[in-house]
Design a protein around this ligand. Structure first.
Ligand SMILES: [Zn+2]
Length: 480
């Protein structure tokens, strides 16, 4: 099917915004882009590439709903146990639906919390089906971890600080023995066999250095080199993770990752909030991508990533939502503004430009999820496009203003008229096309509420666990 979009302007990674144009696409590919002659009519819209969310987990609902607001990562993570298992289709279709409403055409799904109601491969197939129904491109990163279930070190001192009841609850929920390295890697192969497609990229997803034995990370590095499969991993999200890295890898954590062969163009590192200039120089040299997750780092009290230093070092930077957008929605357009606002530089300093931010969501994020989108709107490129209501964006309409300025001043999901992924309309004026998102949310919330009773005993011991963990980290690095 051939379709022609006309637009007042095109914005893409070329850095040149173009005036009135016609974009023709057939199936999932753009076949031509042409400037319109003077006097030709066109829709009053801006067209730009669909955005890539370079780091996320496909989390079913907002975590402040389980009391997660303002909690540092090291206790927030345990609190996620309050989510009982639900139908994995609903748990995936809900965030995927919100993603396309938030301007995302492709998203990382670092699958750190399986529902576990069936075998893992069957659950992965259901997640892939949800992505297909919604029309979102995904990278499915299989979580891999085998150590440090409670804190970044021995669990015994934490358990010793708990009452008998709390200790039994925590042991039951967190201390089951991990799968072997061999079995974890075999699971990645089995999932890839079952769900990999042009719309679903399967990746190794080690949770992080502090949650992996050296044997696990080395085996992943080797397997990635052998298969060419990408790797997606958290790194240096919090100051406590920095302290762990410094203690265990005095030669420098980035140097260590390079030495074991994990650091390569195939690797995406989520966060790097506490990366040093030395780390950044090594990461830049390797060609790895960093996904910064600004809203998440604010919500979980993790810090402000050195985005300007990352760019100055030559790192490829993408932007992730990490299930914690600033308004706890999945609005990647607003996230672009937040990243620019916090990192552009003060006064007349110019450190991070709007072009840098657009390159992150138009180009680097897509590369890290292995999407074919190049960030350019041109013949031959995938038809992954956002259509933004220009008149709504410029509702004051006083004088001609660069649309990029308006996008960064006020652009948000509410300005999206249509989202197109691989030539298919996935969202139209605030409605997801492929699934009934309201019905999915209703059923999902009902299942989550029904599961809360089962979590009551854990909810009762959480304050005790959080106090002991807070004390553990406070003793090491000052108050958390
Ligand atoms: Zn994350």
């Amino acid at each position: 099917m051939t379709r022609i979009l006309t637009a007042a302007a095109i914005i893409d990674a070329s850095g040149q915004s173009r005036g009135p144009s016609a974009i023709t696409f057939e199936g999932d590919r753009i076949t031509s882009v042409a400037a319109l002659p003077a006097g030709a009519s066109f829709d009053d819209v801006l067209v730009m590439p669909a955005l890539a969310n370079a780091h996320d987990h496909g989390r079913q609902v907002r975590t402040s709903s389980i009391g997660g607001f303002g909690k540092p990562l090291e206790i927030w993570l345990h609190r996620l146990q309050l989510f009982g298992p639900v139908d994995p289709y609903l748990a995936a279709a809900a965030p995927f639906g919100r993603a396309v409403l938030g301007g995302q055409g492709a998203s990382m799904v670092h699958y750190t919390r399986a529902q576990g109601l069936t075998d893992y491969v069957s659950e992965a197939k259901v997640v892939a089906r949800a992505a297909k129904d919604v029309g979102l491109r995904i990278a499915f990163g299989i979580a891999l971890r085998d150590t440090n279930p409670l804190v970044y070190g021995d669990s015994q001192p934490i358990l010793a600080g708990l009452s008998d009841a709390a200790r039994a609850e925590v042991e039951g929920r967190f201390l089951s023995p991990p799968m072997s390295v061999k079995d974890q890697l075999a699971r990645v192969d089995a999932v890839a066999e079952a769900i990999a497609s042009p719309m679903v990229d399967v990746q190794y997803g080690p949770n992080g250095v502090q949650w992996s034995t050296p044997a696990l990370l080395e085996a992943i590095a080797e397997a990635s080199a052998a298969t060419g499969r990408r790797v997606h991993m958290h790194l240096l999200e919090t100051k406590y993770q920095r302290a762990y890295a410094d203690q265990h890898f005095p030669q420098g954590i980035a140097r260590h990752l390079k030495d074991i062969g994990l650091l390569s163009t195939r690797l995406t590192l989520a966060h790097c909030t506490w990366a040093t200039p030395e780390d950044l120089a090594i990461i830049a040299e390797s060609g790895a991508t960093i996904s910064v997750n600004t809203s998440s780092n604010l919500a979980l009290r993790s810090g402000l990533a050195p985005v300007a230093a990352m760019l100055k070092a030559g790192c490829k930077v993408g932007i992730g939502i990490d299930g914690q957008a600033f308004d706890e929605d999945d609005d990647l357009l607003r996230e672009m503004r937040l990243v620019w606002s916090l990192h552009a530089g003060w006064g007349f300093d110019a450190e991070v430009s709007t072009a840098d931010v657009m390159r992150a969501v138009f180009v680097n994020g897509h590369r890290s999820v292995n999407s074919p989108v190049t960030g350019l709107i041109e013949a031959g490129a995938p038809a992954d496009l956002l259509v933004i209501d220009r008149a709504a964006l410029d509702d004051d309409a006083l004088m001609p203003v660069d649309p990029v300025d308006l996008l960064f001043a006020r652009g948000a999901a509410r300005h999206l008229k249509e989202s197109i992924v691989a030539g298919r309309t996935v969202a139209l004026v605030g409605k997801v096309s492929g699934v009934d998102l309201d019905a999915i949310h209703r059923e999902l919330r009902a299942q989550l509420r029904a599961g809360m009773a089962d979590r009551e005993s854990f909810r009762c011991v959480l304050p005790e666990l959080e106090t002991v963990i807070c004390q553990h980290f406070s003793d090491r690095l000052g108050c958390c």
